[in-house]
Design a protein around this ligand. Structure first.
Ligand code: GAP
Length: 497
């Protein structure tokens, strides 16, 4: 992750937000290459999920909505994480990410140890327990740790558990519910009547506009409403770079089905098609897996939720959630707004509230997954026959921020430069391309490898003196072929869609 974070900064993919003021935790900026890559993810999704389908329409709803929306959705009452404060350090922890264990020697509890969630929480707690026993010079047999998180701590244990910030017990508070919605005030008055929220998900926009889309959109069941947009959550512990941030972007679909439809089949089809889509933008199928939420952890209205998981360097984590939510959301809005959220069934001549399947994914999590999967360092032959190390981002041409780099072989030959610039300008109409004339050709290839450019077109003397063809070098194989302009445009049309 450190290597990736530093590449992102060095090459202008991602910066810490407001860095000149010391940064702000949980917020990120996308630099020139990052903005391109992110836009490509959104464009691929919009093309594949909205434009290329007959059964999905796209909308864009406002970020601040009527506060009753968030009452209906349950966010005002229940969009909470359990929070633990450390009174000594003023740090805050998510209670379900702060683990502890009693230190038990010869069946007697002699103290407590704690650790924050990681890939090796249990090992860390065991090591801490051993260190505790040594430091206190306690003789006897240490029992294996019994790992629990702070939501499971008994009232009498809380004062005994050390804070991960200070290492000392006595400063942690009991867990309390913390609502993650960012609150704001709409209008000039700052009182309870003007309270509103930055949306914590885009989904409610689709539910709130369901009626408007049905009345105007000429849609017939089954159909989906899709949206891409920013979401905001005041995460207690934003972490793992852009994986969990406080401002992020979601791509969500509410796919409405008949109340009697086979929801399990539709749910399965969505899981498969989301996975296929991830593979189509370059994620290796072998790094994807599925996690079915256990029945006892589901909300009462939920029929089932499956997460598509990705193997990140910090563990296997949720990338895309696909939830079968029944008719809960529309019925809630019907209840609170008083406006029927129904559709007319021509066959039975009856009105009913449709059910919904909700595939919901974060653009930033896809971005990070793509970088993790694409990053490689490898030894290759250099120009002089020696070996050098190259960093390469094996991004799919669909999402790569730059599609082609155009390089004149020499920058001091005006005829090469003119021809290269002509090709560059032609390509620029349809694609993100880069022109680079500085440095040895090998160095220029390496610079493009590092940002994931799939092809480099090198204009040389044969281009001018012979048939106009140029060398096209492919990033992953580093193979070089001679092709002409028409062939390059055909290749781009086939691979960048
Ligand atoms: N409408 C359903 C919903 O919002 P969610 O599981 O809370 O469900 C959906 O979020 C997706 O949004 C997640 O699978 C993840 O990709 C992304 N996401 C959620 N919280 C995020 C955060 N703090 N930072 C980045 N992405 C996040």
């Amino acid at each position: 992750m450190e290597t990736l974070v530093s590449l992102c900064k060095r090459r202008g993919f991602i910066f810490q937000s407001s860095e000149i003021y010391g940064g702000i935790n949980g917020f990120f900026d996308y630099g020139p290459l990052g903005a391109e890559l992110k836009r490509n993810i959104r464009d691929c999704w919009w093309s594949d999920m909205v434009r290329r389908r007959d059964d999905i329409v796209g909308i864009e709803t406002s970020i601040i909505m009527h506060p009753r929306v968030w009452e209906a959705s349950g966010h005002v009452a229940g969009f909470t994480d359990p929070l633990v404060d450390c009174k000594a350090s003023k740090q805050r922890f998510r209670a379900d990410q702060l683990f502890f264990s009693p230190v038990v020697v010869d069946a007697r509890t002699v103290g407590y140890v704690s650790a924050l969630e990681s890939e090796r929480t249990a090992e860390e707690l065991q090591e801490a327990a051993e260190a505790f026993k040594r430091k206190k010079s306690i003789q006897g047999k240490l029992a294996p740790v019994r790992v629990r998180d702070m939501t499971e701590a008994l009232a009498e244990e809380i004062a005994l558990i050390p804070s991960p910030a200070t290492g000392e017990p006595g400063s942690l508070t009991a867990p309390r519910s913390f609502n993650m919605m960012f609150q704001t005030n709409v209008g000039a008055l700052t009182d309870a009547s003007s309270v509103s929220y930055l949306r914590p998900e885009t989904a409610q926009g689709m539910f709130a506009d369901f009626k408007a889309v049905v009345d105007t959109g000429r849609v017939k069941l089954p159909f989906g409403i899709a949206q891409i947009g920013k979401a905001f959550r005041n995460e207690i512990t934003p972490r793992n770079f852009i994986f969990r941030s406080r401002e992020f972007e979601q791509m969500e679909i509410e796919y409405f089905i008949h109340e009697d439809a086979d929801w399990a089949k539709c749910h399965r089809e969505w899981i498969d098609s989301c996975k296929d889509w991830l593979v189509s933008i370059g994620l290796p199928a072998g790094r994807l897996s599925e996690y079915n939420h256990p029945k006892e952890k589901l909300a009462f209205y939920s029929k089932g939720t499956t997460d598509i998981m990705f193997r990140y360097p910090f563990g296997v984590q949720e990338l895309w959630g696909i939830a079968a939510r029944g008719d809960y959301d529309l019925k809630q809005h019907e209840k609170l707004s008083g406006v029927p959220q129904v559709i007319f069934d021509e066959a039975t001549k009856k009105k009913f509230v449709p059910h919904v399947i909700e595939p919901s994914v974060g653009v930033d999590r896809i971005f990070l997954a793509l970088l993790c999967a694409a990053y490689a360092e490898e030894d290759v032959k250099d120009d002089k026959g020696g070996v050098e190390r190259r960093t390469v981002l094996r991004l799919s041409p669909r999402v790569a921020p730059v599609k082609v780099a155009v390089l004149p072989l020499l920058k001091n030959k005006p005829e090469l430069v003119a021809r290269a610039q002509a090709l560059y300008r032609k390509l620029k109409h349809g694609y993100a391309v880069f022109y680079d004339e500085s440095g040895a050709i090998g160095r220029r290839y390496r610079r493009q490898d590092e940002i994931g450019t799939p092809w480099c077109a090198t204009i040389d003397f044969d281009t001018i003196e012979k048939d106009g063809t140029f060398t096209l070098r492919e990033r992953d194989s580093m193979a070089q072929v001679r092709i002409g302009e028409a062939e390059l445009f055909a290749l781009l049309a086939e691979k960048v869609y």
